[in-house]
Design a binder for this molecule. Structure first.
Ligand SMILES: [Zn+2]
Length: 426
């Protein structure tokens, strides 16, 4: 039996510890970037202008301030929803609103989760608006307008409702009627759902907000096709996405599964890089594919989710899990929706120690993909492309080493370019 006070204590301590740790890491990063703002690091002195370096420092600092505000708000919200009784109050309100007729048993959990998601979205909105129209705008990255932002938000809400609604309904149905081992079925459903989204995303969801046109530049098409032939790879098509409608940040990626794979270039990327550089960036993305980074991640994700669902299966049975987190469980009705919501709030806090492991494995994959790209394409072009993208995204060249080790999904530029150069040297 899980005691209520132990749950409350462990949760409060975990929120406090993770928030303090994240803040400490962020402050380290802020101090390091500010201290190195004055001069371009020696390794980049010939290639990066001082103005670009300082813009990157200022952008990193502005985003860091936003992130620390977000951290504190998030911690306060977590405590307000749980220990201070926010979720309990929402639950009581939904119960009163729905009443006790036949439908209530089905409508109530869905309504509770829907109301929680909607409130959460509204609470996140001010900081998100400030990020887009404040910070991104100030540094010249934002291209979206209020109208487009609103349209995107409504589309996002509809897609979330259409996709998330049935998923939540199915999980609740399993919790209700699949017996004590419901979590195994729910896990299977969850993995199937992830695969379905991966399949549908490029074909159905992405085109809702962006236009995809076949790549027109014939010489680039030929170049890319030659690269694919060398690498023994086939894709369904090469597309250009109008990323510039919303943001000046550039990217290129592979999407889709199996034979439906396609390559997507942001128009912003094509404008900035020359053909050899585009080819090198694509070779890097191809490296991720060839080295099976996506399935490896999927397997890790599936195993971690399985552990998560097993834990949820156990926690949902413990009265102390509810009362410890500030919720009075119903003694007669179902508490499934409450269990799901509490779990979704608790998991990111408890699983935070996994974060540095995930970023370390992601950085390892980036090094591997770079090594592959150097074999298949021009390594010098890859290095110059990375530097251009760094500059265009105003990514700092001088991150705090501890912060980078803990949080960076991509290696810092200095390490990355160093590794590429080492492979180029005879
Ligand atoms: Zn990569």
């Amino acid at each position: 039996m899980l005691s209520s006070s132990v749950v409350a204590l462990v949760f409060a301590a975990a929120v406090l510890l993770t928030t303090a740790l994240k803040l400490w890491l962020l402050l380290r990063q802020q101090r390091h970037v500010a201290a190195h703002r004055g001069a371009v690091p020696a390794a980049f002195a010939a290639t990066v202008p001082l103005a670009a370096h300082q813009k990157a420092a200022d952008y990193t600092l502005a985003k860091g301030r936003l992130a620390s505000a977000g951290l504190l708000i998030n911690a306060a919200l977590l405590v307000a929803w749980t220990l201070l009784g926010g979720l309990d109050a929402l639950n009581a309100w939904v119960q009163a609103a729905v009443g006790a007729d036949l439908w209530a048993g089905y409508a109530q959990p869905l309504l509770l989760i829907g109301a929680f998601a909607l409130i959460g979205m509204l609470l996140d909105l001010p900081l998100e608006l400030y990020a887009t129209f404040g910070v991104e705008q100030r540094f010249g990255f934002n291209r979206t307008s209020w109208q487009l932002y609103l349209v995107d938000a409504i589309k996002g809400l509809m897609v979330g409702l259409l996709i998330g609604g049935p998923l939540v309904w199915a999980v609740l149905a399993l919790m209700r009627s699949a017996g004590p081992a419901w979590w195994r079925w729910a896990w299977g459903l969850w993995i199937g759902f992830q695969l379905l989204v991966m399949l549908l995303y490029p074909l159905v969801i992405a085109p809702l907000s962006n236009k995809f046109e076949p790549l027109q530049d014939d010489s680039l098409v030929q170049r890319v096709q030659a690269l694919f032939q060398r690498a023994g790879f086939s894709a369904k098509g090469l597309f250009v996405m109008d990323g510039s409608r919303r943001s000046a940040h550039g990217n290129a990626y592979f999407t889709g599964l199996g034979a439906a794979k396609r390559v997507v270039f942001f128009d912003t990327l094509l404008k900035r890089l020359d053909a050899a550089e585009v080819e090198a960036v694509l070779a890097h993305a191809l490296g991720h594919f060839k080295l099976r980074h996506v399935p490896k991640r999927l397997v890790a994700f599936a195993l971690i989710s399985l552990a998560g669902f097993a834990l949820l299966g156990w926690l949902a049975q413990q009265p102390g899990f509810y009362t410890g987190l500030g919720v009075r469980p119903s003694l007669v009705g179902s508490n499934d929706a409450l269990a799901l919501l509490l779990f979704l709030m608790v998991v990111p806090v408890l699983a935070y120690p996994l974060a540095p492991l995930m970023s370390a494995s992601s950085r390892k994959h980036e090094f591997e993909a770079d090594a592959y790209a150097v074999q298949q394409a021009d390594g010098k072009a890859l290095a110059s492309a990375l530097l251009k993208l760094h500059e265009d995204n105003a990514s700092t060249l001088t991150p705090d080493p501890v912060y980078a080790r803990w949080t960076y999904s991509h290696p810092p530029a200095l390490e990355r370019l160093g590794a590429i150069q080492a492979r180029l040297a005879p």
